[in-house]
Design a binder for this molecule. Structure first.
Ligand code: NAD
Ligand code: IPM
Ligand code: MN
Length: 359
């Protein structure tokens, strides 16, 4: 059966890193006879420039028709001044909510070869393997009302609404508990229930769902402490489950534990494991066009796609092993480079992964 994959390169380094992931996908497609068919679409600033909208109807339709989506990154200074509703980032949020991709998995795994690339001491991060489960279609990112209004005294006021329903919390809890069962069976739920009612409910629902998973240990932590603990002793965690905004922030922090944000892949899944796969980082305008971005987070996102949406674990394993082989060859993009290593650009890194796959 053919597997339809929509590729959305996006902006900035997006097209550069996507080109490398596509090379890798083409190779595993042949080697494992996966029947993947790729097509390409417009999202983000690229779509704003071409159509005036960050998420054209044709892109949303193609995304709905596809079995999986591979995304680069969107956004950049060129579009920072456009009205909020037309910002490139709104295209990304629109596709997440339009496809009901509520479960965002962000695995922070330290490749042992990169223990010295992290800004933390090697003993703090070596052996790190944590999974952030971020709720992706609710919370303050989507809550209504939102906007900027003018008060009677003429002053402006900006406002957003942090809201979660029980059912939204329950379904992300089930994802976290089920995934924990395949790991070390520990879930730490991150909230701010000492201040925010919405997360008092979050904590209550986590407790309730935990009863269905007596073999999984549930603990709770306030988000400010969690941010600190992630850099103090990150290996205490197994699965972290949290809301949309806390998950966004904590996952960038966790990325640095793995050496670079250029190493952190992600899967955004709906209830049937249809998914969109993208690196956790953005369009990196500061290095776009220079051919130096790290394509590994995007390549590893393609591996997650094979594992989660297509159930092709062996093909996913092969990609992850090829990435490890390339690190064994001491090849490093600038973001993960350290003394004694060979510095390579985006394309050379992609080519090396392809070569390792063909060994
Ligand atoms: P960013 O993640 O793009 O960049 C942060 C820093 O990390 C930069 O110094 C960048 O050079 C570096 N970096 C990121 N990816 C890298 C890679 N693969 N290899 C090497 N270095 C890398 O975050 P930002 O600068 O805050 O945001 C830039 C734009 O990207 C904004 O418009 C933002 O809205 C957007 N953004 C998009 C996504 C997405 O599409 N999923 C995610 C985050 C940010
Ligand atoms: C991410 C990004 C997005 C988010 C932005 C670009 C909308 O930071 O995927 O982590 O906040 O979810
Ligand atoms: Mn982010």
């Amino acid at each position: 059966m053919t597997k339809k994959v929509l590729v959305l390169p996006g902006d900035g380094i997006g097209p550069e890193i996507i080109a490398e992931a596509v090379k890798v996908l083409n190779v595993v497609n042949q080697r494992f006879d996966l029947g993947i068919e790729l097509s390409e679409g417009l999202l983000g600033g690229a779509a704003v420039d071409a159509t005036g909208l960050p998420l054209p109807e044709s892109t949303l339709e193609a995304a709905k028709q596809a079995d999986a989506i591979l995304l680069g990154a969107v956004g950049g200074p060129k579009w920072d001044k456009v009205e909020t509703a037309k910002r490139p980032e709104r295209g990304l949020l629109g596709i997440r909510s339009g496809l009901k991709l509520f479960a965002n998995l962000r695995p922070a795994i330290l490749y042992p070869q990169l223990a010295h690339a992290s800004t933390l001491k090697p003993e703090v991060v070596s052996g790190l393997d944590i999974l952030i489960v971020r709720e992706l279609t609710g919370g303050i990112y989507f809550g209504q009302p939102r906007g900027i209004r003018t008060l009677e005294n003429g002053e402006k006021e900006g406002f957003n609404t942090y809201v979660y329903s029980e059912s939204e919390i329950r379904r992300i809890a089930h994802v976290a508990f089920s995934l924990a069962r395949q790991r070390s069976s520990r879930v730490c739920s991150i909230d701010k229930s000492n201040v925010l009612e919405v997360t008092v409910l979050w904590r209550d629902v986590m407790e309730e769902v935990a009863k269905e998973y007596p073999d999984v240990e549930l603990s709770h932590m306030y988000v400010d402490n969690a941010a600190m603990q992630l850099v103090r002793a990150p290996k205490q965690f197994d699965v972290l489950v949290t809301g949309n905004m806390f998950g966004d922030i904590l996952s960038d922090e966790a990325a640095m534990l793995t050496g670079s944000i250029g190493m952190l892949p992600s899967a955004s899944l709906d209830i049937n494991n249809k998914g969109m796969y993208e690196p956790c980082h953005g369009s990196a305008p500061d290095i776009a066009g220079q051919g130096i971005a790290n394509p590994l987070a995007t390549i590893l996102s393609a591996a997650m796609m094979l594992r989660y949406t297509f159930n092709e674990g062996s093909a996913a394993d092969a990609i992850e092993k090829a990435v490890s082989d390339v690190l064994d060859q001491n090849l490093r993009t600038a973001d993960i480079w350290s003394e004694g290593m060979q510095k390579v650009g985006t394309q050379a890194m992609g080519d090396a992964v392809v070569a390792a796959l063909q060994q």
